[in-house]
Design a protein around this ligand. Structure first.
Ligand code: C2E
Ligand code: MG
Ligand code: MG
Length: 720
């Protein structure tokens, strides 16, 4: 430390140059020196601090031993960085504050210690560990002031040489990398922390400037600062620059520099204190990434999306263009999780995100909105068609199946699109509208795109309140099952009943299942409704007596929605409900539509097999309106096919419907399936179907669906 020997009188300026708040304290914890930053951070003057016990400022400081064991302290070299602690600080403002504090011995015999503090954090919850000692936590007040009076003499008795020696030690012990340099930027003295920061020895550094280990792009920054200080404009300056560690690592640094001037005001030498902020930067970059991205897919999260949307809206307004929000929801993703487990589900989400990413334009933002929902923000469009085109391109990425391990998954999605102009509604409303459009897309079937219209928004509001009300209605007993007789077209006897759900709304009256079943299917409510239907229908069937001696007990048919049909708990549920009711399995028929059966044909066949095993029958509902492929029909092999009403009561192109009706009945009979015609209203319709050899029928000609007691009465009444 030759420099200090030569420049004794300049050393005193060094302490104030420390980038952190620093205090020299004696073995008893008495404050002996403080620098400017320490005064700034605590808000006290030198007079208020000097001679005071440091624990009046940091009541939780305890003993040095808390930072390092006495043994460690005795043997540690001053350069060993001490652990940093978050301590409560009683500053002049009186507010609850916290500071990051390190304590290091200034000399081997631990007579003096250097306390350095960074960052005063205001009003945070106290860390659990920091329990204050009630005996020392009294707020600093007049009592301290008076104590200081007596100590002042003490302080002044410290000789200049002693103080300088302590500063020199402070320089060496400081955790902050520090350098002294001459007016040309050549190092006169460097401390250990600085050597460590740039990975070079003191010998290598002394006499040279920092060019050799400055990150190339940042060469010149320091020189500019020197120039600024030399010009007399400022005496101290804080700036950021990057150094290169010997191992090639880039060190992000925050440099505080100040200068000492001679009598003529000429800058004589410089003291720089450096803070290595590399880790902080990396951490804050990581934290801000984590705060704004979805951890699974790495896509933007809601928060980032909302921010981008906000900006996009104002840009769109300025540039007189249009933007679009696309909300995509995977079709029946729950099925993937239920069938293959969440790991496969997660993997699928990642791969879908990757496919979407590949076609995301740089100007656009792709976000995982949560669960199986994705949002896409498109900007700079000229027409709503363009937005729909993007939606179709996104869907097209799902055409190829996904291979996860040895599992092959076909995954489709539905996308709702809403465009916005200058006068667009706010973020929340835009996403809500995209959601309403997505609902419409789902309604059209899997893999569809729908563009938002105000009517959809209106429907969404109604839908939402209806679902809420339906949930309550089920509990309140306002939902019930009605039964429509199924009749043998030859004998006119009742062979069974179809259970149809009814909701009697307290204000709106009867709400048809065509309205509320699809709503319930959008939420988990369908599961509860399905159980209710099954349980009620079996309870009703258990009371029905034999009406037709040939056919035995009448059976009951229960409608299943696609979601219920593919629910892994279906078979167990049916089994336990059959047991509970005591109804023979042959008397239960489950109605599924082709659409529901064909969501996943392999899975459907598996379910059918299990149901066959239980001896429960399957009826293919609304036959003729769906895919109606011969090969599907043969593969599914249902017990009953129910010809849709539109063939029985055609509204247009009667001839074609007639031909189809005939073909379906013939086909069903040939395949040995029972054919049932729905919606028979007139005797003419009945006669025609009878002539075609259609076995069973249902319709207003006999009866609409009626409450259970009426259905039971119907069984005992003579028919004909
Ligand atoms: P679906 O299964 O095809 O039921 C037949 C529908 O046709 C019933 O309408 C019935 O009331 C009606 N219908 C019967 N005969 C005639 C007729 O002669 N003329 C006319 N015009 N209509 C007739 P509903 O009860 O409104 O049910 C509509 C749909 O709601 C059902 O179609 C079924 O898909 C669904 N649904 C009803 N109950 C349930 C249920 O408990 N669970 C599920 N998942 N869906 C149900
Ligand atoms: Mg049905
Ligand atoms: Mg039907």
């Amino acid at each position: 430390m030759g420099y200090f020997a030569d420049h004794q009188s300049n050393v005193l300026g060094l302490f104030d140059a420390l980038a952190c708040g620093a205090a020299v304290i004696d073995a008893n914890g008495r404050i002996d020196e403080v620098n400017r930053r320490f005064r700034d951070l605590t808000g006290y003057t030198s007079r208020q601090l000097l001679g005071r016990d440091i624990r009046e400022v940091f009541p939780d400081l305890g003993r040095l031993a808390e930072f390092a064991s006495p043994d460690e302290l005795a043997t540690a070299t001053p350069r060993v960085a001490r652990a940093e602690k978050l301590l409560r600080l009683i500053g002049a403002s009186g507010a609850d504050q916290y500071a990051l504090v390190t304590l290091s011995p200034l000399s081997g015999d631990s007579t003096w210690s250097l306390l350095e503090m960074r960052e005063v954090l205001a009003e945070m919850d106290p860390p659990v560990a920091a329990e204050s000692d009630p005996t020392v936590s009294a707020p600093v007040g007049s009592q301290v002031e008076s104590a200081l009076e007596g100590l002042e003499g003490d302080f002044h008795s410290t000789s200049l040489a002693q103080r300088e020696e302590r500063f020199r030690l402070a320089f060496e012990a400081s955790m902050a990398p520090m350098v002294f340099s001459d007016r040309d930027g050549r190092f006169l003295a460097v401390n250990g922390a600085f050597c460590r920061m740039c990975g070079r020895s003191e010998e290598e550094l002394l006499g040279n400037d920092s060019t050799a280990f400055t990150y190339p792009d940042d060469i010149g920054i320091t020189e500019d600062v020197y120039q600024l200080i030399r010009s007399g404009a400022v005496d101290e300056y804080r700036y950021g620059k990057r150094f290169l560690h010997r191992n090639g690592r880039i060190v992000f640094a925050e440099v505080s520099i100040c200068c000492s001037r001679d009598e003529k005001g000429e800058a004589q030498y410089y003291v720089s204190s450096v803070r290595d902020v590399t880790e902080e930067r990396a951490l804050s970059a990581q934290l801000s990434f984590q705060a704004l991205h979805d951890p699974l897919t790495g896509l933007a999260n809601r928060a980032l999306f909302e921010d981008r949307l906000l900006q996009a809206r104002s840009r769109t307004e300025r540039e007189k263009k249009i933007g679009a929000v696309l909300l995509g929801d995977l079709d029946d993703f729950k099925g993937v999780n239920d069938t293959y487990g969440h790991l496969v589900g997660d993997q699928l989400l990642i791969e879908i995100a990757n496919r979407f990413k590949e076609i995301t334009r740089t100007s656009d933002t792709l976000c995982r909105f949560g669960g199986d929902e994705f949002l896409y923000l498109a900007e700079g469009l000229t027409s709503p068609d363009e937005a729909q085109l993007i939606a179709r391109r996104l869907l097209a990425t799902l055409d190829e199946p996904f291979i996860i391990g040895d599992i092959r998954v076909d995954q489709k999605a539905s996308i709702g699109v809403v465009v916005f102009h200058g006068d667009s509604p706010d973020n929340v409303e835009l996403v809500q509208n995209a959601d309403a459009a997505m609902y419409e897309a789902k309604r059209r079937g899997q893999g569809h795109v729908a563009l938002y219209t105000p009517q959809m928004g209106h429907d969404a509001v109604t839908r939402f309140s209806l679902v809420q009300e339906l949930r309550q209605a089920l509990v309140a007993g306002d939902v019930s099952m009605h039964y429509q007789p199924i009749v043998d077209l030859t004998s006119s006897s009742i062979v069974g009943f179809e259970a149809l759900m009814r909701w009697h709304h307290r204000e709106r009256g009867w709400i048809p299942p065509d309205i509320f079943i699809p709503l319930a299917e959008q939420s988990d409510l369908i599961v509860a409704l399905g159980e209710f239907a099954l349980r009620s229908a079996l309870a009703a069937a258990s009371t029905w007596e034999i009406s037709d001696p040939v056919r035995g007990h009448p059976y009951v048919t229960v409608n299943l929605s696609a979601q219920q049909f593919h629910d892994p708990g279906l078979v167990t549920l049916i089994q336990s409900e059959l047991e509970r009711s005591g109804v023979a399995p042959e008397r239960l028929v489950l109605e599924v539509t082709e659409g529901a059966a064909l969501v996943d044909i392999t899975e459907t066949l598996g379910i059918m097999e299990q149901l066959n095993h239980l001896r429960v029958g399957i009826a293919l509902d609304d036959f003729g309106t769906g895919y109606s492929s011969l090969s599907y029909l043969a593969a599914l092999n249902p017990k009953i096919i129910k010809i849709d009403q539109s063939f029985v009561r055609p509204t247009h192109d009667k001839r074609r419907s007639d031909t189809l009706l005939e073909a379906i009945v013939t086909l069903g009979n040939k395949l040995n399936m029972t054919v049932l015609a729905e919606g028979i209203e007139t005797t003419a319709q009945l006669d025609r179907l009878h002539n075609l050899d259609c076995e069973l029928g249902q319709g207003f000609l006999w009866s609409p669906a009626v409450p259970v007691d009426q259905a039971t009465t119907m069984l005992s009444a003579p028919h004909g």
